[in-house]
Design a protein around this ligand. Structure first.
Ligand SMILES: [Zn+2]
Ligand SMILES: [Zn+2]
Length: 279
């Protein structure tokens, strides 16, 4: 029996990305790819959270909810590729593919070789130690260096990226991030949050503000945003462009962008799986 073309393609892309040795050949632009624009509630339209950020030196994966590892293949990104895994919090819809990623890195035919930094907000190291307690050598790196970190408020410098972090209004472990690139561009990502000053601060005059937008106006749930609250944060942060993601299925029955536009008149992008945004 022959391998269907579709499957050959993903295996070939796995191999070609594996052999790519110089990430700077990819492009000079910062690019963001939405791996999943949904939540923990299953949806055929929207996968669980995952964002890939490609700069000229770094491939970053922010959050990896269930299915993210497989969905990444659709844009040619494998467990070999991210240099940095960054987690906003440890709710299962944001973190549950971390174990499959680490397990895949041990695949004997194509083991991961390059270093990996895995970072999150407060409590992330203790969460990781618990995973180690459960999975032990099944997820322990053999062929590469793994560093696990909590990003403190003073931030993290990683290659050409400067990453700042602040607690979000969601759970005590949740962190939002602002990433500044060498070329002066910047983006901020809320992860899950309710309205708070910290996300406005992180998003101050950023080129791209990525906000969760879990529920439509009138259906707000504590710890999450609605379109008009996301619009208020965008307005107050004076961001240049707003991307709404982390959309529960109910959002698709409402005009989310229209609701947000009543508050924020800048450019608003509604997240979709595999959408690519170049700076
Ligand atoms: Zn979530
Ligand atoms: Zn959450």
């Amino acid at each position: 029996m022959s391998i269907p073309d579709k499957h050959k393609k993903s295996y070939n892309s796995l191999k070609s990305w594996y052999s790519e040795s110089n990430p700077s050949e990819r492009n000079e632009l910062v690019e963001l790819i939405i791996i999943g624009s949904g939540t923990g509630t299953p949806s055929l339209r929207r996968g669980s959270p995952g964002l890939v950020v490609l700069s000229d030196s770094t491939k970053l994966l922010m959050d990896s909810g269930p299915g993210a590892l497989r969905k990444m293949l659709e844009v040619g990104i494998t467990y070999q590729d991210p240099d940095l895994l960054l987690y906003t919090h440890i709710h299962p819809d944001h973190v549950s593919d971390l174990v499959p990623i680490l397990f895949a890195c041990k695949y004997a035919d194509l083991p991961r070789k390059k270093d990996l930094l895995c970072a999150g907000g407060p409590g992330f190291k203790s969460y990781f130690e618990k995973l180690n307690g459960v999975y032990g050598h099944w997820i322990a790196p053999q062929s590469y260096q793994l560093t696990v970190k909590e990003i403190a408020q003073e931030g993290l410098a990683y290659r050409d990226l400067k990453i700042l972090s602040k607690p979000m209004a969601h759970i005590s472990e949740s962190a939002g991030y602002r990433i500044e690139f060498k070329d002066g561009k910047s983006m901020a990502v809320s992860g899950d949050t309710d309205y708070c000053q910290n996300i406005i601060d992180l998003g101050f005059e950023v080129d791209l503000l990525v906000l969760e937008c879990s529920f439509p106006d009138g259906k707000k749930v504590e710890g999450h945003l609605t379109p008009s609250l996301a619009g208020r944060i965008a307005l107050e942060s004076r961001c240049k462009k707003l991307l709404l993601t982390h959309l529960y299925p109910v959002c698709d029955q409402f005009d989310i962008v229209g609701q947000c536009k009543k508050i924020y008149q800048g450019e608003i992008i509604l997240g979709e799986d595999l959408l690519r945004i170049k700076s």
